[in-house]
Design a protein around this ligand. Structure first.
Ligand code: FAD
Length: 464
């Protein structure tokens, strides 16, 4: 049986960050990854002169961002694109009203000011609705406090509903009132025209990563851990006799699989996880959030805007389109199926989804606009190794539940890390990096500066 200092489960950004730090500190580290690639929910597709980030696209605020620091050190080209956090304003956005007519600048500004006023009223409203309340309850309370006439309040309520869907892939009534507490963005946002996946390959350089291996059981005791793995079959082999079983022994394990995998029992822990950790995991849920990229022969939408937004019932599902044209100089719009729209369209064909999105665009730009000449539609809800895009707080969960999941178990034999375990900025690449850095720091018994992740041009090979 192979023996390691640390086994890391998952070659996403959290796992690779932890492994890179530990290997750099001289540990014998192995990373076990079920997929046939690294990166997890950071995955870039290349073709026809464009790079499509099917998972994460944005750094949501580059000020004091470890991800920005690492991406800069890795030489990853970036482009400013500051509407990735569903901002109402701040950058040019074309707003269309419920009647399909474009809002004047004055009308748009007044709407943006209303959203800001509601945002200001929200903290007190969240406090007032108590600990077991949804974001819908908090928004309703804030709007009641503002005392606006019905139509004005409805435009902002609708915007908040779309924010819950686009930021967390959850319907506003399913998201906890605190579910968007982390929403502040520090500084500009950026995207990666040549692909976010360079972050994963940069972190993985020199590491011992075993692809196509699925961890099934983590067994820990006072004297160490055993991680049982099998040949991965895309989740399909779960009820069959496992193939290629192999057990790895280590001093400890860092588990970075998504909450969806933990909730589905994808990894058995022996002994079971402590109650407070299981309880915290149960409060989070994987969302429904899919990207729809449409590439066109020509641009027919408003020039000089970052995004187009549609208000009213006609924009219930397809309300926001982001103009990605400047990234690769090819006319491209990105929209999202998020929350109820993603659940409803989960079994739809690509063609049916495209028709539905195009109906929304034709309502604004006319029947004669061209059909797309290319598209990419993600299917994260059907992904056996994530079960959705990222985790959201269900009603009644607490923000600190994120950090609680990462409580070291068995005197530090088992560490859980990953996007959902970072209270300050969950559901992001930042959370993945920071949670991996925290797990490695706890193992090494010291703070780990970002420079230590960037450091080595080459991570030393494992001393095996
Ligand atoms: C559509 C979409 C859009 C997003 N947009 C953004 C964005 O713009 N900005 C942003 O900051 N974040 C965004 N995110 C979130 C971001 O991608 C994630 O928070 C982050 O990548 C998660 O990293 P992780 O290491 O925690 O998890 P993962 O990347 O999921 O890594 C976990 C790894 O564990 C593997 N695994 C699962 N089960 C097993 C098993 N049993 N055995 C072995 N391996 C296993 C998985 O295959 C995966 O590689 C987006 C995500 C999606 C899906």
């Amino acid at each position: 049986m192979e023996q390691f200092d640390t086994v890391v489960i998952g070659a996403g950004i959290a796992g690779l960050t932890a492994a890179r730090i530990l290997a750099g500190a001289g540990q014998r580290v192995v990373v076990i990854e079920a997929r046939d690639r690294i990166g997890g929910r950071v995955v870039s597709e290349r073709g026809d002169g464009v790079v499509t980030d099917r998972g994460a696209s944005w750094i949501h605020g580059i000020t004091d961002s470890a991800v920005h620091e690492i991406a800069t050190a890795f030489g990853m080209p970036m482009r400013e694109f500051t509407v990735g956090s569903f901002q109402a304003g701040g950058r040019p956005i074309a707003y269309y009203g419920p009647d399909g007519a474009r809002l004047s600048d004055a009308e748009a500004e007044s709407f943006i000011a209303d959203v800001a006023a509601c945002d200001q009223a929200l903290p007190a409203a969240i406090e007032a609705v108590g600990p077991v309340a949804s974001y819908a309850d908090a928004v309703a309370r804030a709007l009641a406090d503002l005392g606006w006439e019905a139509e004005r309040a409805e435009r902002v309520r609708e915007y908040m509903q779309h924010r819950s869907e686009e930021q967390y892939g959850a319907w506003i009534g399913d998201l906890d009132s605190h579910g968007l507490d982390d929403d502040a963005v520090d500084g500009d946002e950026v995207v990666f025209p040549e692909g976010y996946d360079a972050l994963a390959s940069g972190l993985a350089a020199g590491l011992d990563v075993r692809l196509g291996r699925e961890a099934r059981t983590v067994r820990w005791a006072e004297d160490g851990v055993h991680v049982e793995t099998v040949t991965a079959e895309g989740g399909r082999g779960r009820h069959r006799e496992p193939k290629g079983a192999e057990t790895l022994a280590a001093e400890r394990v860092v588990v970075t699989v998504p909450i969806g995998v933990l909730r589905a029992g994808g990894i058995r822990f022996e002994p079971e996880l402590p109650d407070e950790v299981s309880h915290a995991i149960a409060g989070l849920q994987m969302n429904a959030f899919e990207k729809v990229f449409l590439r066109f022969p020509e641009r027919f939408w408003d020039a000089g805007v970052y995004a187009i937004r549609r208000q009213g019932a006609a924009g219930d599902w397809w309300h926001s389109w982001y103009d990605l044209t400047p990234l690769h100089d090819q006319p491209t719009l990105l929209t999202f199926a998020a929350g109820p729209a993603a659940r409803e369209t989960r079994d739809w064909s690509d063609e049916r989804i495209i028709d539905s999105v195009m109906a929304g665009l034709r309502a604004l730009y006319g029947a004669e606009i061209p059909d797309p000449i290319g598209h990419t539609i993600t299917r994260w809800q059907d992904d056996a190794y994530s079960h959705g895009s990222y985790a959201y707080m269900t009603v009644g969960s607490r923000t600190e539940d994120h950090d609680l999941i990462a409580t070291p178990i068995g005197g530090g034999r088992v560490h859980i890390a990953g996007e959902a375990t970072w209270t300050e900025d969950p559901a992001t690449v930042t959370a993945a990096v920071e949670s991996g850095r925290r797990a490695a720091g706890r193992i090494l018994g010291r703070e780990v500066p970002v420079a230590e992740i960037i450091r080595a041009e080459e991570t030393p090979p494992n001393p095996r």
